[in-house]
Design a protein around this ligand. Structure first.
Ligand code: ATP
Length: 307
């Protein structure tokens, strides 16, 4: 029991507790709490203006919160914790006439790291071949990858990225996504702010949905995706249909609605299997319509309920 407790504590990379930030009349972040554990790819998902960048700026100590606090690796932020965090918050900014190697040497000097990691991060981000070309000749995607390379200097335990694929073409997006997944596979914890649901679905293991600075939901992406299927059903005898559907092994709940019923299932249910199930009970359906809730619908519903 005790050792289990210790493991739980060691695993927490970031805990944010009740943080609020106001800019004049705008409440950018409102009582936000969340926990990021080791190895997670944690998405902070929300529309423009929902407080994502403000949150990242606070945990990176670029901004001060009005209230609340946060801990890195179980302790208040310190010089030591800062060395374990790499981040890309703004658009990539390097000296245009210098090569990636020289630019990274400058970053290494500022961060007080040696130069021995430079080849590794250039290789990891696919820029090693271009290591001696001037930065200004780089495509936007390559510039973005160099920013990630720079954040990876010193092999941080955590990588923080703000809208990493903004402004990239499809190939650039694919490159960055692969890179993020590769870095995550090496055990680095990643925190990503994004307004793109699709992006979060493709790369994140966990997600917190923000709207107007308030956390609406957080959890495993796979759990959000596994939201139960629902079906709209109808038959000549609705009472019989309602009683019958309750016998289905995956039945969760039923909501009456005029001449139809809306049925929610705990697990995914195949429409053909459902039809057959009723057929075996002597019921002929007059209507069957599947309603799958994707993360997108769930996300939109969450935002809608919070208007
Ligand atoms: P985006 O994706 O558009 O950057 P976001 O989710 O990152 O959005 P924030 O940039 O954190 O959101 O902004 C949250 C709110 O705070 C917005 O209403 C924004 O206009 C406001 N805001 C952000 N920075 C400032 C500032 N320096 N001064 C005043 N208001 C600000």
């Amino acid at each position: 029991m005790f050792s289990h407790f210790i493991i739980q504590i060691l695993e927490t990379i970031l805990s944010i507790s009740n943080i609020s930030k106001r800019y004049g009349k705008i409440q950018a972040v409102n009582g936000l709490s969340l926990e990021v554990k080791k190895g997670q790819v944690f998405g902070i998902l929300g529309p423009n203006g929902s407080g994502k960048t403000t949150t990242l700026s606070i945990i990176l100590e670029l901004l001060k919160a009005n209230s609340g606090n946060f801990r890195w690796f179980g302790k208040p932020p310190s010089k030591e914790s800062r060395k374990r965090i790499g981040s890309v918050i703004e658009s990539p900014n390097f000296f245009p006439y210098l090569s990636p190697v020289v630019n990274l040497k400058i970053v290494a000097d500022i961060k007080d790291f040696g130069y021995d990691d430079i080849d590794r991060v250039l290789t990891l981000t696919g820029l090693f071949e271009r290591r001696n070309t001037r930065f200004k000749t780089f495509s936007f995607g390559m510039k973005q990858r160099l920013a990630v390379a720079s954040a990876l200097l010193g092999n941080p335990d955590v990588l923080i990225l703000d809208e990493p694929t903004n402004g990239l073409d499809p190939q650039g997006i694919a490159h960055i996504r692969e890179l993020i997944l590769h870095i995550a596979s090496q055990g680095t914890t990643i925190i990503i702010a994004s307004h793109l649901l699709d992006e979060v679905q493709k790369i994140c293991s966990h997600v917190a949905v923000l709207n107007k600075g308030i956390k609406l939901f957080d959890g495993k992406v796979s759990e959000v995706l596994a939201i139960s299927d629902s079906y709209e059903l109808s038959a000549g005898n609705l009472e019989l249909l309602t009683n019958s559907v309750k016998q289905h092994p995956a039945f969760q709940s039923v909501v009456p609605g005029g001449d139809k019923i809306q049925v929610y299932f705990k697990d995914a249910v195949d429409p053909e299997e459902l039809n057959l199930f009723f057929f075996h009970q002597g019921i002929t359906l007059t209507h069957l319509s599947e309603r799958k809730r994707s993360l997108e619908q769930h996300f939109l519903e969450l935002l809608d309920n919070n208007k």
